[in-house]
Every structure is written in structure tokens, then in C-alpha cells.
Design a protein. Structure first.
Length: 156
């Protein structure tokens, strides 16, 4: 089942991701991207699918980037009445053969005090910090903002 999930995640992301996928230390970063910031917004979000193609689990413990004052791993949660809120994620462990998705409406990389001058097509550097693999440099592409993404990910 894990292999099926991995194959489906990679297949679905493959057409858009081929130009900037990264594979290193047994970790495959599929379509890393930042949603184009809304003009005047103080926050934004970044997304990536991480597939562990190695033989040992690894844990994502932090994210850094120069395009924002602070980058944090968050998850969007919805209350019973449909109100979205942000919850900081603890370190994310990815077992061999597993996939973890930072995606609109779920887990995401929250970017506080984002550079609002980013344009679609820009490539921006991120450092993903893993417990075992250490610091991995990954370029994220600025993609058009998703009009269907929860507003909370772009505005708070």
C-alpha cells in the first residue's frame, strides 16, 4: 500500500515537477513550490511532497528560507463550524517507502513576513533540515496562487 501511495503521489505531481524535483540522501522532493504572494500580504505558504526512497526513516525538523523572516511547518485544521486555524506541526518523520505531503488545505510551510515581490516562475532557495540527512538545499518555484486554497494559508 505504501508503494502504491508513493507511485500515485509521484505520478500526479510528475508533469509539473520535472524541472525542479530534487533527489538526495534517499529523499525525493516532488514539485516544491511557493504560492505567489497576494500583494500586501504579510504571510504566504510553500508546499512540497517528500518521498522517502531510502532504507531508513528521517525526520524533517526545520525549514529555512531568505524569502521570509520565518518559515514554520503548520497544518490547517477546521473547527466543527468550518473555521480554519493554524497549528504548528511537530517534527515530521517519514518512514522508508512513505510520502508526506505539504499541500493546500493541509500541512504547509508557513512563510511569515514573506517577500511580496516574488513573481510566478521565480526560483527561490529553501533549506530543509533533517535529523539524519542534515541540511538539504531545495529550490522552490513560485507558482500562481491557488484560488481554491484556504484563505487562512495566505492571509494569516
Amino acid at each position: 500500500m505504501k508503494q502504491l501511495a508513493l507511485a500515485l503521489a509521484l505520478l500526479l505531481a510528475a508533469p509539473a515537477a520535472q524541472a525542479h524535483d530534487v533527489i538526495t540522501s534517499g529523499l525525493h522532493f516532488v514539485h516544491p513550490y511557493v504560492s505567489e504572494p497576494i500583494k500586501g500580504a504579510m504571510a504566504g505558504a510553500a508546499y512540497v511532497v517528500i518521498a522517502n526512497e531510502g532504507t531508513a526513516a528521517d525526520t524533517l525538523i526545520g525549514v529555512e528560507t531568505d524569502i521570509a523572516m520565518m518559515a514554520m511547518m503548520h497544518k490547517t485544521e477546521f473547527s466543527a463550524n468550518g473555521v480554519a486555524s493554524m497549528v504548528e506541526l511537530p517534527p515530521v518523520t517519514i518512514a522508508p517507502g512513505d510520502v508526506y505531503s505539504f499541500e493546500p488545505g493541509g500541512a504547509h510551510i508557513m512563510l511569515m513576513m514573506i517577500d511580496s515581490g516574488l513573481k510566478v516562475g521565480d526560483m527561490v532557495p529553501f533549506t530543509l533540515i533533517f535529523q539524519n540527512a542534515g541540511r538539504i538545499e531545495v529550490e522552490f518555484m513560485v507558482d500562481p496562487a491557488d484560488p481554491n486554497a484556504p484563505a487562512a494559508e495566505h492571509m494569516h
